[in-house]
Design a protein around this ligand. Structure first.
Ligand code: OGA
Ligand code: NI
Length: 369
């Protein structure tokens, strides 16, 4: 069998050369696909030990456990709010994620948001190349594999990243015209939903309704439109490697293709796409400030023979902030519940995450006391 990927086992294979050629093409994974390939380039192939381990995992996939779905319709009804908060507390403390229905964003808008991201990624490659960058201080950029040079294998995914709020609201003129109007519309809806969620999550933690907002947990909204191109050998790579999200929480929209999986009790659970629903998952920073009361779940995305689109909105503080510190919330601690993590700034956290990449090791390990 041919040796694959990671360590450059064969002298004739120069991984760095392959990575550089890919990087310098600025055309992303879709550019590689459009060049016409039947086999995936070696830089994307997962190491043998990971592939073997995966077979063990997936045998368990058909479980009776149902992943949580929460209906926000209850918010308008008597006692409904308490019920919703209880469901959020339960889901966030066990699975670390839930699907939301009746969240107030019209299905026409969620569908058009997905189509907007499709238009961006499927347009003339030259326009994407002009936006290609690894500089996160750009408010709008096209990138692929931010951790290209540190990860063991590359992911089958391209992304457009838009920093919508920080330090001030983005001027819509900076958005690409293929998806400008729908991003502006989706943005308005998502802000309302984020306000609702930050209140519900605060209350579910037993805090005052406005606590997470007052801690600036939602001051930064990073809208990321992912495109997972059609893959000729999906079983050999991943759309996104196992990771947990570097934020307080994430609101995610996915199309009908599927492939998003969460690790729960050592098994991978696929989140079945529900038209119009959004996914919410807890991120590392909320796990940190809640001192593990809420779980930031590990998840990944499978590659697929058909293209798949998702839109992630990450809620976090400003990654350049090196002043404000975040640690386990004092009023949640007690003698029986001592702090698990040290106090950190957003900058400490971001610098570490970006340097580390999606290497499968939980980011929070690094910040344990
Ligand atoms: C992410 C992520 C999942 C998806 O962007 O962090 O996990 O379905 N995305 O695209
Ligand atoms: Ni994620």
């Amino acid at each position: 069998m041919e040796m694959n990927g990671a360590g450059g086992e064969q002298a004739a294979y120069n991984r760095l050369t392959e990575l550089k050629a890919f990087d310098e093409s600025r055309a992303g994974v879709k550019g590689t696909v459009d060049a016409g390939i039947e086999k995936i380039p070696r830089m994307f192939i997962r190491p043998e030990d990971e592939l073997t381990q995966d077979c063990v995992y997936t045998e368990h996939e058909t479980s009776q456990l149902q992943t949580p779905v929460i209906d926000l319709k209850g918010l308008d009804q008597n006692d409904g709010r308490e019920q919703v908060i209880e469901e959020i507390r339960l889901a966030s403390g066990t699975w670390g994620f839930f699907q939301l229905v009746n969240h107030g964003i019209p299905v026409t808008v969620t569908n058009e948001m997905i189509e907007g991201v499709r238009r961006f990624h499927e347009q003339d490659v030259e326009i994407k190349k002009a936006l290609h960058s690894r500089d996160r201080s750009n408010r709008v950029l096209f990138d692929t594999n931010f951790d290209l040079y540190v990860s063991k294998y590359a992911n089958w995914r391209d992304s457009i990243r838009c920093n919508l709020l920080s330090p001030d609201p983005l001027n819509p003129q900076e958005l690409p015209d293929t998806c400008r109007d729908v991003i502006v519309e989706y943005w308005e809806h998502i802000m309302k939903l984020v306000d609702t969620l930050s209140e519900l999550l605060s209350e579910a933690l037993g805090l005052k309704q406005d606590q997470l907002k007052n801690m600036n947990c939602t001051e930064c909204l990073a809208l990321t439109g992912h495109y997972y191109p059609a893959c000729p050998e999906p079983e050999l790579t991943l759309g996104a490697s196992k990771h947990s999200d570097p934020c307080f929480f994430t609101v995610l929209l996915q199309d009908h293709i599927g492939g998003l999986q969460f690790l729960h009790q050592n098994r991978w659970f696929t989140v079945k796409p529900v038209s119009g629903a959004v996914m919410v998952n807890i991120g590392d920073l909320l796990q940190l400030i809640s001192n593990d009361k809420f779980k930031s779940p590990e998840h990944r995305v499978l590659a697929n023979r058909k293209p798949r689109i998702s839109v992630a909105c990450f809620l976090r503080g400003n990654f350049n902030d090196n002043k404000r510190v975040y640690g386990p919330i004092k009023e949640m601690l007690s003698e029986d519940n001592p702090p698990i993590y040290r106090e950190i700034t957003m900058k400490d956290f971001a610098d570490y995450f970006i340097k580390k990449g999606l290497d499968g090791v939980p980011t929070l390990n690094h910040f344990k006391l």
